[in-house]
Ligand binder design. Structure first.
Ligand code: GLN
Ligand code: ZN
Length: 761
């Protein structure tokens, strides 16, 4: 009976690590205090797995910030600007790399594959000296051992580490990062020797890049790396773990041919073709770690179905070589269902968070060796059945309406140029119209009002009056600043997805269902469990109230279907496209109600559209197709004179620009200022963009006030590649996290810069 967990969330069931980190960073507690919380969390995780009966328990999947940064520390690959002079890397250097310090900015962070987790990107060059500078892996192994738990230490593999790195500033962009492999492996050898000496009998290398479209150079690097490590690894059982998708056929050949590897881990949830690959040939005598329990979602496993899969695998690899596992690290799911006090029992019975998934893995392993816990399996089967048949899940009218959408592509009848003309006649905007993205600063006072209203401590009337007051202030400020297209500031919203989810049917909310996004930052995605519909208008009251306070156009402000989907835990009982179409229809009703209420500019944010892009090229076109279609559905029913905006928080558009054009919005605002105007290069290369476009003119993530000349300079750069009559001027994103004393001068400068340029046009 063998069971394994790929990795486990670090934050703790109630985000204990977050609070310990932030208090340490604020200087309110000591390094020892932080260490104590961290080791307490590790101990409880190991104990939990041991008590559940897990055989292969991971260590070193805990992190004080990020596992890639931990690897950077292990290799001593500290960029010179942090002034590290050698020795064991401590919190000072470590957190400076993660978060920057008073004199040096942080290292870049980017998304971990197609998850919402962000890792710290290693910055490497030919001069980097690698030394064994963090003994975290062996220390954690020993720590667990002292607690009576023999663990599998987990390391990111040397090739995946290098493949996720970038050339440091000043290093030629074409520098081959893989050329550093021998130097990096030299350190890994020391680490492996250390682990062996401490008593480890297994080691896990995470090799996530194996699920990407890899060129043969990278595949060869993988073979070379393990060949080079072979002697160091002798005497150890080596597990190579892959996740997030299936491994392409060629990579599967490379992987399964690795001599010194004893065990292969696969994601059998997202890896839809893995089963066929394994059936097509699996090296005899090696272990298969079968990831049947989903680490990316919160649904209870369909144990009967998993058992079928496992049985068919057992006939290929043999009874004693099959290990039940999770599809990936449980880092990407919520921590423990036990702390969910507000979900009803029916919905709870459909769910499993990390703590419950451990139990599922073990139950499956026991069932495989003839010790099936009948009661556990039968209660799982009835939960599966209740989820299938529950009237809360199914809404036939919604299903019919969504099904009817397929086959047609839903486009507004008039082309965008003609629409923009019609809109301009109505709106009469100046050249280079100015606007903002939606939210204004969320003050402590505002948060208090929302919280007290939710807790029914203040009446609805008091709440509405306070929010109205806030809207009035935001409008007065924008009029004073002389902004052309106004926003109401979103004071009634806590979060752009949660706000809509709470008003739509088919969504549930957790109290503690947090998932780490980066560092101490966590998100609490809503759970979409049923067919989505809109019982009543969601934003019409606030938008029309705001419009009644000004003569200038007031943007209606909605979150688009793809963003709602990508930032939620979604159903696994129907395709994502289906869920998107359902949300799109609900948003469509809202768009049309806003139009009826006299709102003539409506922004539908698709901040996370790019985020859902599948990892493999072969699957991207299909995703983009339904995602873009889903967006178009929301506004296909409006008049030509209604101006549809969309907004995206990502500047990496160059590869999906044609899909963005295909969204057919009238105006798009895009984050731009942090990426050295990478975005503009698309247009420089001749892509024609006929709709309105507002590449952000300043970074809202920083408290820095952008000077007028700098903004003017940015606008001029844009004018060099974009027609003047389609250009808008706006910040990168919403202003929610900024303070008024930053927003005021920044927007003042933005308007001043616009006027300077207008005068010269
Ligand atoms: N309208 C939202 C805001 O301004 C958009 C946020 C986002 O793009 N992440 O806050
Ligand atoms: Zn944004």
């Amino acid at each position: 009976m063998a069971s394994h967990i790929v990795g486990y969330p670090r934050m703790g069931p109630k985000r204990e690590l977050k609070f310990a980190l932030e208090s340490f960073w604020d200087g309110k507690s000591s390094a020892e205090d932080l260490q104590k919380v961290a080791s307490g969390l590790r101990a409880s995780i190991w104990k939990q797995m041991k008590d559940a009966g897990i055989k292969y328990i991971p260590s070193n999947t805990f992190s004080n910030y990020d596992q890639v940064l931990d690897t950077t520390a292990m290799l001593g690959a500290v960029p010179p600007r942090y002034g590290w002079t050698g020795g064991e890397i401590g919190f000072d250097t470590y957190f400076s790399m993660a978060r920057g310090n008073a004199s040096v900015p942080a290292m870049e962070m980017t998304k971990w594959f197609d998850t919402n987790y962000h890792f710290i990107v290693p910055e490497l060059g030919p001069d980097m000296k690698f030394t064994y500078a963090s003994h975290k892996a062996v220390n954690e192994y020993k720590e667990a051992k002292a607690l009576g738990v023999d663990t599998i230490p987990v390391l990111i593999s040397p090739v995946s580490y290098l493949a996720l790195s970038k050339p440091a500033k000043g290093v030629d962009k074409s520098f081959c990062l893989l050329s550093l492999l021998p130097k990096v492996i030299a350190v890994y050898k020391e680490v492996v020797a250390d682990l062996k000496a401490a008593g480890a009998s297994w080691i896990q290398f995470d090799e996530p890049i194996l699920v990407l479209d890899l060129d043969s150079q990278k595949l060869q690097a993988i073979s070379a790396a393990y060949a080079e490590l072979e002697s160091a690894l002798s005497g150890l059982n080596v597990l190579v773990e892959t996740y997030f998708a299936d491994v392409p056929a060629e990579a599967y050949q490379t992987l399964t041919a690795l001599n010194c590897v004893t065990a292969f881990g696969f994601d059998l949830v997202r890896g839809t073709k893995t089963l066929e690959l394994i059936k097509g040939g699996f090296p005899s005598g090696k272990y298969l770690f079968a990831g049947v329990v989903d680490g990316r979602n919160i649904w209870a496993n369909n144990l009967a179905a998993s058992l079928d899969t496992l049985n068919s695998l057992e006939s290929i690899v043999g009874k004693d070589k099959l290990v039940v596992s999770t599809s990936c690290s449980l880092l990407h799911t919520a921590v423990d269902l036990v702390n969910e006090t507000k979900l009803d029992n029916e919905i709870k019975s459909w769910l499993a968070f990390a703590a419950q998934k451990i139990v599922e893995v073990n139950a499956l392993a026991k069932a495989l060796c003839g010790q099936k816990d009948e009661a556990f399996f039968s209660s799982n089967a009835s939960a599966q059945a209740s989820r299938k048949s529950s009237p809360r899940v199914t809404n036939e009218a919604v299903q019919k309406a969504a099904a009817a959408l397929k086959g047609s592509d839903h486009r507004r009848a008039t082309n965008v140029t003609a629409r923009l003309d019609a809109q301009q006649k109505k709106l009469n905007l100046p050249m280079l119209p100015t606007t903002t993205i939606g939210s204004f600063p969320q003050t402590v006072e505002l948060r208090r009002v929302r919280r007290e209203y939710k807790a029914t401590k203040i009446s609805e009337e008091e709440y509405v009056n306070s929010i109205k007051e806030e809207i009035r202030k935001v409008i007065e400020l924008q009029e004073k600043l002389d902004i052309d297209v106004l926003v109401h500031g979103e004071p009634e919203r806590n979060d752009m997805v949660e706000y809509f989810g709470e008003q739509l049917s088919g969504f549930a909310f957790t109290v503690n269902g947090w998932v780490q996004s980066y560092g101490s930052r966590c998100v609490k995605p809503p759970i979409i469990y049923g067919d989505v519909s809109r019982p009543k208008p969601m934003t019409v009251f606030w938008s029309s109230t705001a419009q009644s306070m000004t003569k200038r156009p007031m943007k209606g402000m909605l979150t688009g279907p793809v963003t709602i989907l990508n930032w939620s835990f979604v159903r696994n009982d129907q395709p994502r496209s289906e869920t998107t179409y359902q949300i799109a229809l609900a948003i469509k009703d809202e768009v049309e109600d806003l139009e009826k209420a006299g709102i003539t500019v409506i922004q539908i944010d698709e901040a996370a559209l790019r985020e859902g892009l599948p990892l493999r090229k072969s699957e991207q076109a299909n995703y983009l197709d339904w995602a873009v279609h889903g967006f178009r559905i929301t506004n296909v029913g409006v008049q030509d004179t209604t101006q549809i905006h969309t907004h995206m928080c990502y500047s990496n558009f160059n590869d999906i620009i044609h899909s963005i054009i295909d969204m057919d919005a009238d105006v798009i605002t895009i984050e731009n200022s942090r990426s050295d105007e990478k975005l503009l290069s698309v247009f420089r290369e001749g892509v024609k963009y006929g709709a309105g476009i507002g590449p952000g003119v300043y970074d809202i993530h920083s408290p820095r006030i952008p000077p007028t000349e700098e903004i003017a300079d940015r606008i001029n750069k844009m004018l060099a590649v974009l027609e003047r009559n389609i250009l808008w001027v706006n910040p990168d994103c919403g202003l929610k996290t900024r303070k008024y004393d930053e927003v005021n001068p920044a927007l003042t400068n933005m308007v001043a810069a616009t006027k300077l340029i207008r005068d010269k046009l």
